[in-house]
Each structure stands twice: as structure tokens, then as C-alpha cells.
Write a protein that binds this ligand. Structure first.
Ligand SMILES: Cc1cc2nc3c(=O)[nH]c(=O)nc-3n(C[C@H](O)[C@H](O)[C@H](O)COP(=O)(O)O)c2cc1C
Length: 126
């Protein structure tokens, strides 16, 4: 199924203490077993920066780590400048590896964040 697509958009909440959403545990094994060379992957994650500021959206970073050596190309990294958090494994050099959404504390920013991100994806996929 995945083989039919050039680009994949993958998302996860962060559960527990910086863990991947349970639903992903089987799915990530399937993806890791596939040939993802030349696939384009965009990631998004949902988290809570106020209650879980030291593991904010870590699940998205776990997906990134699991897939980064697969030969795929990631698109849609987002600056962390607009977020308040202490630590996140999904941030590399000041950018989230995808779109971080915090609908618990910053729901007023969600629509604009998604709109900016989809514009970014369109530009990076063009
Ligand atoms: C028990 C529990 C643990 C959580 N752990 C984290 C966490 O480590 N990092 C984070 O950013 N958000 C964490 N969250 C917040 C969720 O990721 C956030 O509320 C998410 O949007 C939930 O969406 P869902 O219920 O649709 O999966 C946690 C929430 C709960 C209830």
C-alpha cells in the first residue's frame, strides 16, 4: 500500500513519559521493514507543552529516529521559536522535525500553524 505513494504524512500524539502513541508500535515495525528510499515523509505530532514540557511532542521525534536511516527525505521542519517547552527529542538545531501541535494550551494557534505548514509542504514538494 505505502509503495504506491511518493509522499507520506505521518502523525502521532505523545503518550506516557515521552512515548510514541500505542497505535504506532505495530505500524512503525511495518514501515521500518519497507523500502522507503526516495519516499518523502512529513511528520506532525500532538502534545502538551505545559504539563509535559520536558518531553514535548517526543513521539514525533521517535518516528523521525526510527525512519531517518531508511533513505527517505523529510520535509516540513518547523522552527521552535513560537513554542514554550523545556526539552523535546523532536527538535534538531532549533527546528521540530515536523509540525508540533499543542491543542491543549495553544488551540488558538493550531489553525494558523496547520495552514503555514501545509503551505511549506506544498513549496517543499513542488
Ligand atoms: C498520560 C498522558 C501522558 C502524556 N505525555 C505527554 C508527553 O510526554 N509529551 C507531550 O508532549 N504530551 C503528552 N501528553 C499530551 C498528549 O499528547 C496530548 O494531550 C494529545 O494531544 C492527546 O491526543 P490523543 O488523546 O488524541 O492521543 C500526555 C497526555 C496524557 C493523558
Amino acid at each position: 500500500m505505502v509503495g504506491a505513494y511518493e509522499a507520506l504524512i505521518l502523525g502521532t500524539s505523545t503518550w506516557g513519559d515521552g512515548e510514541l502513541q500505542d497505535d504506532w508500535y505495530d505500524g512503525i515495525k511495518v514501515l521500518k521493514g519497507m523500502d522507503l528510499k526516495d519516499k518523502v515523509i512529513a511528520l506532525f505530532g500532538c502534545g502538551d507543552s505545559e504539563s509535559y514540557g520536558d518531553t514535548f511532542c517526543d513521539g514525533m521525534g521517535i518516528l523521525y529516529e526510527d525512519l531517518k536511516d531508511s533513505g527517505c527525505r523529510f520535509v516540513g521542519a518547523v522552527s521552535d521559536a513560537d513554542y514554550t517547552y523545556s526539552s523535546s527529542v523532536s527538535v534538531i538545531d532549533g527546528k521540530f522535525v515536523g509540525l508540533a501541535i499543542d491543542d491543549m494550551n495553544e488551540s488558538d494557534k493550531t489553525e494558523r500553524r496547520i495552514a503555514s505548514w501545509t503551505d511549506l509542504l506544498k513549496a517543499e514538494l513542488a
